[in-house]
Design a protein around this ligand. Sequence first.
Ligand code: HEM
Length: 491
Amino acid sequence: MGPLHVLLFVVAAVVFWYWRRRRMGRLPPGSQGLPLLGESLRMVAAYKTEDPETFIDERVRRYGRVFTSHVFGERTVFSADQEFNRMVLFEEDRAVEASYPSSITTMLGESSLLLMRGARHKRMHALTLTRLTSPTAIRDAALLPHIDRLVRQTLGSWTASPRVVLLTQAKKITFDLTVKQLVSLNPGEWTEALRREYHLVIDSFFSIPFPSFLSFTTYGRAVQARKKVEVALKEVIRRRKQERATAPGEDEPIAGNKERTKRKKDMLEELLELEGEAMTDEAIVDFLLSLLVAGYETTSTIMTIAVKFLTDNPDVLTELRKEQEGIRARKKDEGKALDWSDYKSMPFTQCVINETLRIANIVGGVFRRAKSDIHYKGYIIPKGCKIFTSFRAVHLDHEFYEDARTFNPWRWQKNDKAGEKIGGANIYSPFGGGARLCPGYELARVIISVFLHYLVTQFSWEEAEKDRLTFFPTTRTVKGYPIIVKSRCEN
Ligand code: HEM
């Protein structure tokens, strides 16, 4: 290499260094932490405790509400800023796009709602909301009686064996319910077998994606399980298609039978009827699986954490029980299922759900990736940069909530200006917002409400073991919250 080459190399290196510094300099301030590891270990250590906020609090104090860190191998802009979060949520498919770890992407499949983009995502998101999870859909599909039945069935089994791990029970309810909504199958051996495989799939979400032929790794096992789930669902699709081909359509009489039949109106039927969007069986499997993923773990975890908060706050439990006993008393008949008007007359229960989601939401925030340079308050978040919008940090910000880190459902009763501020979509966003707003937001509330109704009116309980919250990889209780229940009829 001659002197000219050396000179050229030095000049190029200096130019690159300046260019990078200028670019980096315009990023929100922050720390890149250790080489390669960045700040991952610090973040994980904080999220494994009951007070994960230390990680974000410290950096907000040092750098402000929007700061840069380096976690899980990537430079990431963190936001504890409600305005920035809102901008990011509403820029979906324009300046930003959803971003999931590769282990999750592979498991979900490209036709999953969570990974769809653009016009197709818009159509399918709307379909999910209008046909499956909106208040009208919940009422029209007579979903409430079904939720009621499933909750009662599960709680009914507790008298035989009063030590229950609450999360396991809650998961059974949400899984069986979702399978029923998606493909109209009742709980039984088939759903249990599917649930076992499905658990293996979920376990891999935060695992390292080793080559899938290494079947002893979490990821390898999940790939096998995903295949089994796919085979099982494809068989359901095949049978349904056969039924559609041989049996009459909705409300048409079967030949030789005067009775009119009603074809199942579930999500699978909706997908098979889609006009101008012929979906392959693989695409249908991806789509159904994503709905199962999105609604199952989230709702059951919040059910469990809500009960933990009730145990820890007996005065809240007393008030909630009073409200629910009032509803039961008005129904007169002990065995009568809850209906929509009952659900709509549980204001304090909704305060408890709001507060549980504020303090310990399973979805603490969402990851996005910048599709173009984003300009915000003098900073530039460059194209390709990862962004984490923390809902949790905003929910726990003393500027927006008085005594923000204390569980206090009564704060939601304020209907004055402060109350509006509490409920404002900019500040309170447990279900996200914008194009990817959780379509299951109402359904989740209904399930949790029905569950709490029967739990507090039929049982008292105590902790079987001490349990605590953890926030890594997601928010949950470490042991799934084991409790010992006692039927209130025996008291
Ligand atoms: C307490 C329970 C729940 C919580 C806290 C929750 C929270 C969320 C959040 C924050 C998002 C936004 C994700 C993002 O912006 O990237 C989301 C998306 C989603 N949720 Fe929920 N969810 C819950 C229950 C449900 C239920 C019961 C369903 C039922 C089907 C559901 C289906 C979905 C789907 C399909 C998406 C993806 C939407 C899209 O990407 O277009 N969720 N959820």
